[in-house]
Write a protein that binds this ligand. Structure first.
Ligand SMILES: *[C@@H]1O[C@H](CO)[C@@H](O)[C@H](O)[C@H]1NC(C)=O
Ligand SMILES: *[C@@H]1O[C@H](CO)[C@@H](O)[C@H](O)[C@H]1NC(C)=O
Ligand SMILES: *[C@@H]1O[C@H](CO)[C@@H](O)[C@H](O)[C@H]1NC(C)=O
Ligand SMILES: *[C@@H]1O[C@H](CO)[C@@H](O)[C@H](O)[C@H]1NC(C)=O
Ligand SMILES: *[C@@H]1O[C@H](CO)[C@@H](O)[C@H](O)[C@H]1NC(C)=O
Ligand SMILES: *[C@@H]1O[C@H](CO)[C@@H](O)[C@H](O)[C@H]1NC(C)=O
Ligand SMILES: *[C@@H]1O[C@H](CO)[C@@H](O)[C@H](O)[C@H]1NC(C)=O
Length: 851
């Protein structure tokens, strides 16, 4: 055994600290101990080739003693493994390494071998007959029985901060091991520090570098057959080869030296850097070879969900195509953490498509699904077929690509590389967005193909309808003669025609076409305390709204439609199905419905902060909504409305947008509610005429109030009114001013013309708006929306654009419609020309072609 003192004299770089000085050595160095031998401070084991040494050491400036393994051949003492990291021994007392438990375990004991056990291999099971602990030339300390090849235990399974050649870095499912690197606390304290780098097997496996086990700092990206997608500096090289092995038993990364005389190691430093060093004999120093994460874009999720990081851009973060920042103010202040959201939510319609991105570090794969043997075509089909799938890509990039990864939900931690380094990923877009994307890319080829296809599709559709009607007539005849049709038959029918099932079935919740839970009347009655007056939240146009709590604890809002609306079950279901398809973060979410004899109820998510009018028109509450919150609300309403107007599947005019129809969730995100008066209109038809005017004074556009003409532009008018109300905290209707007879719209217009639009801002929040240019802009946009002539008003996509980018120049608004109180009175007297009904209006107004 070699006798050695690991005395420290210098401290350099990260892990490099002490100089070993050889005092004297015995005749023969040994590499193992057996059951009767032991190792004390001063004696060591030396691996057979003399590369590694195991023994006790004391880091400089400390009094702690550890059992460790270090490089023997190099002049800078570099420890690669420590046994008793968590339990240092007292440096001025004795210590012993020996077998205990009759040879079952190797242990470090304090004192002269009779003290406490500070570290043990902790094995259970029968003790080996001839236990041997041997330090291998690879730096692996192993225990085996005699000369058996099987390792009962090995230090490579319990790595510290260092990843050595030949080590399996990753998971062994059979042994239940996940070999992770954990940093030292400091350069002289081997205790487990803040950082860990662990293979995460959820989804496509990838390494995650975490701080304090919760914050992800860096993600290696998944293995693409050649390398880890997010470690492009790991490339084939003359020093080592590397591989990633993944099968049902294990999943690991490993590298092997090409020339075994090269000394290299990978280490997770106390500062959280994952770095490879190569020993340079000539200089006597460790040379930094590579660092796993290098720049800002390597910081996990820097750009937030659905953001993309490109280090060559300034700022580095951007939103994915046709996504917009969730909070534009935060975003422009370089706080990208909340990322981006879709401008138009996905609804799983057939027109949805995928945008291809090349040269990408694929998104976080923790929530992903994968299959190694699928083709890209099938991968796309699979993604299309699952409504929650948001992106897909090849798993393996070799030989033109193979395998399939699917992502669900938000896409996190994407970065842009160049095409040589990154991979291709295909990200899903809503149908209308896809149209716009293709248009903006001048994709003419697609158009040319689309036209004939859509003609063919139309003819097919017509044929289907004709057949359908015939079949249905036949069916009705059959049903009339056979009162009880069989289960199977009706199930088959359900698949194709949502109108075929009967009311009995719907009570059992068997309703696949609705894709919406049907609640039982008793469940709703229970939840709302039998529609107790104490649970009543308010009275909407169609009946009372109750708050309720379901058995599972979920809080709901129940809209109980008044029995006066004698709408048929079928129409009601049709309508509910339609509303249910509208899913956007700025629309209140429909959870389900309840149909029982004459009862018709809609069940919505409950909004704890009630509605917008409760805040902006209330002296006590209005200060709670500061300028930035109001801006956020305006943006949200605009997006929600844009979604209603532009979603290609069901284009909807809300017709009753007002402060009390904008609900607020717990984070004060606005959600448009009450589609009761919404009216969808077929594809190109952008306006329609109605004899029944519904809506609310003060928000109605002139052409709608007077002539019954409604279009998306009438919603834009209401939106404009709402914007001005949100800013001013004043209601348009009933607005009065000491200086003039104008209403809020006229007042705002006058202020803008006189160059003092900021005076419109409600006094109690004026101090919270710091950028007057933004205030001017919002007032300006509000006034553009309330212009007299619908043609002059922008559409919602323009509004959203104008709100999100200050680059876009604004036109001068013309005179607003209805800008004096008198106008409104005149208009309201003209209502008598029409059947004005707000409360008795049949809900079927909403409907809608569900196609
Ligand atoms: C352990 O090794 C020593 C020295 O080689 C030998 O004398 C002793 O018998 C061995 N003990 C066992 C239990 O094999
Ligand atoms: C270490 O041991 C020495 C001598 O027994 C003792 O004086 C000292 O207090 C011990 N140090 C610690 C930290 O226990
Ligand atoms: C052994 O551990 C016990 C309890 O952890 C402690 O009280 C005792 O002082 C320790 N003995 C030695 C020799 O360190
Ligand atoms: C061994 O087990 C003990 C008690 O279960 C535990 O405190 C200790 O950390 C374990 N040691 C190792 C090296 O796993
Ligand atoms: C391995 O590296 C050493 C020193 O770097 C060199 O002398 C030797 O020729 C190399 N061996 C091979 C097979 O490349
Ligand atoms: C993976 O895809 C192949 C080919 O499509 C298929 O045969 C196999 O069953 C799939 N495996 C899983 C687990 O889905
Ligand atoms: C879509 O994928 C998710 C996640 O793999 C899965 O839970 C869900 O069942 C899938 N839905 C369909 C319709 O296949």
């Amino acid at each position: 055994m070699g006798n050695l003192s690991c005395a420290a004299t210098t401290m350099q770089l990260f892990l490099v600290f002490f100089l070993l000085s050889l005092l004297f050595s015995n005749s023969t160095a040994v590499d193992s101990i057996n059951a009767t031998q032991s190792l004390q401070p001063g004696s060591t084991l030396l691996s057979s080739g003399g590369t590694f040494e195991l023994g006790f050491f004391t880091p400089p400036t400390t009094q702690n003693r550890y059992l460790g393994i270090w490089y023997k051949k190099i002049s800078t003492c570099t420890v690669v493994w420590v046994a008793n990291r968590a339990a240092p021994l007292n440096g001025s007392e004795g210590a012993v390494l020996r077998f205990i438990d009759g040879g079952r375990n190797l242990a470090v004991l304090a004192g002269a071998g009779d003290g406490n056990i500070t570290w043990s291999t902790n094995l259970s099971g029968p003790a080996p007959i001839r236990p041997v602990a041997q330090l291998l030339e690879t730096g692996n300390l192993v225990i085996r029985d005699g000369s058996s090849e099987t390792f009962l235990w090995q230090s490579f399974d319990y790595p510290g901060d260092t990843f050595l050649p030949g080590m399996k870095y990753g998971i062994d499912f059979k042994l239940g091991l996940n070999r992770a690197l954990t940093s030292w606390r400091t350069a002289t304290d081997p205790a487990v520090g803040d950082y860990a780098n662990t293979l995460d097997p959820s989804g496509v496996p990838q390494f995650l570098l975490t701080r304090r086990s919760s914050f992800i700092e860096f993600r290696s990206g998944s293995w693409n057959g050649k390398q880890f997608g997010g470690m492009i500096n790991l490339k084939p090289n003359p020093i080592y080869t590397y591989e990633f092995v993944s099968n049902e038993n294990e999943m690991f990364y490993r590298y092997q030296l090409i020339n075994s005389s090269v000394v290299t190691r990978m280490v997770l430093t106390p500062e959280g850097n994952l770095q490879r060093f190569i020993w340079v004999e000539r200089t006597g120093e460790w040379n930094l070879y590579l660092t796993a994460h290098t720049d800002n874009c390597d910081r996990f999720g820097l750009c937030g969900p659905n953001g993309i990081c490109d280090i060559d851009n300034s700022p580095a973060c951007a939103c994915l195509t046709r996504f917009v920042p969730k909070f534009s103010e935060e975003w422009s202040a370089a706080d990208w953490s909340n990322g981006c959201g879709r401008e138009v939510a996905l609804d799983c319609s057939s027109g949805e498509g995928f945008v291809k991105y090349s040269g990408i570090k694929l998104p976080d794969t923790r929530q992903s699904w994968y299959n190694g043997s699928m083709e890209l075509r099938d991968c796309e089909r699979k993604c299309r077929g699952n409504c929650s799938c948001t992106a897909y890509a090849n798993l393996d990039v070799r030989n033109g690509g193979s395998g399939c990864i699917l992502w669900f939900g938000d896409l996190v931690d994407i970065r842009q590389y160049d095409d040589n380094n990154g991979q291709d990923v295909y990200i899903r877009l809503a149908a209308s967005e896809m149209d716009r994307y293709e248009r903006s890319n001048g994709n003419k080829r697609v158009r040319i193909i689309v036209i004939p296809i859509s003609v063919v599709a139309f003819i097919l559709l017509l044929l289907c309808v004709v057949l359908r009607i015939r079949r249905r007539k036949k069916q009705l005849r059959i049903q009339a003669s056979m009162p009880q049709s069989s289960e199977e038959e009706s199930e088959d029918e359900e698949d194709e025609d949502e109108e075929e099932y009967d009311e009995e079935q719907s009570h059992e919740g068997r309703n696949r076409d609705l894709e919406l839970p049907l609640f039982h009347f008793n469940a709703i009655a229970d939840a709302t305390n039998y529609f107790s007056i104490n649970n009543k939240l308010g009275q909407g146009g169609y009946g009372p709204v109750y708050k309720g709590t379901l058995k599972n604890g979920q809080v709901i809002a129940v809209k109980r439609l008044s029995k006066k609306s004698r709408q048929g079950t079928r129409e009601f279901k049709n309508e509910v199905a339609c509303i249910a398809k509208l899913q956007h973060r700025n629309l209140v979410k429909l959870l389900g419905c309840c149909i029982q004899s004459v009862e018709r109820m809609l069940i919505y998510e409950y909004m704890p902060n009630k509605s917008l009018n409760f805040f902006i028109f209330d002296r006590g509450q209005s200060a709670l909504l500061d300028w930035s919150k109001r801006l956020h609300i305006i943006n949200g309403i605009a997006r929600g409305l844009l979604y209603l107007h532009q979603d290609s599947r069901l284009r909807i005019i809300h017709r009753d947008l007002k402060a009390s129809n904008v609900l607020l969730d717990h984070e004060m995100n606005p959600k448009i509610s009450d589609f009761g008066m919404a009216r969808s209109f077929a594809g190109d038809e952008s306006s329609a005429n109605t004899t029944r005017i519904v809506g609310t004074y003060g928000y109605m556009s002139p052409e709608y109030a007077i002539d019954g003409l409604f279009s998306v532009k009438s919603d834009v008018f209401s939106f404009g009114v709402l914007v001005l109300e949100i800013i001013s905290g004043r209601k348009n209707r009933g607005f009065s001013h000491t200086d003039h007879k104008l209403n809020l719209l006229g007042h705002a217009w006058m202020l803008l013309k006189e160059g003092r639009p900021d005076e419109l801002v409600e006094e109690c929040i004026r101090s919270t708006c710091h950028d007057m240019a933004v205030v001017d802009r919002i007032v300006h946009i509000g006034l553009l929306c309330v212009q007299q002539s619908p043609e002059d008003r922008p559409n919602m996509s323009n509004v959203v654009l104008m709100l999100s980018s200050s680059e876009i120049e604004l036109a001068q608004p013309k005179e607003p419609g209805f800008f004096t109180e008198r106008d409104i009175l005149e208009a309201s007297s003209s209502f008598s020309k029409h059947e004005y009904s707000s409360t008795n209006n049949k809900l079927s107004e909403t409907i809608i072609d569900a196609r």
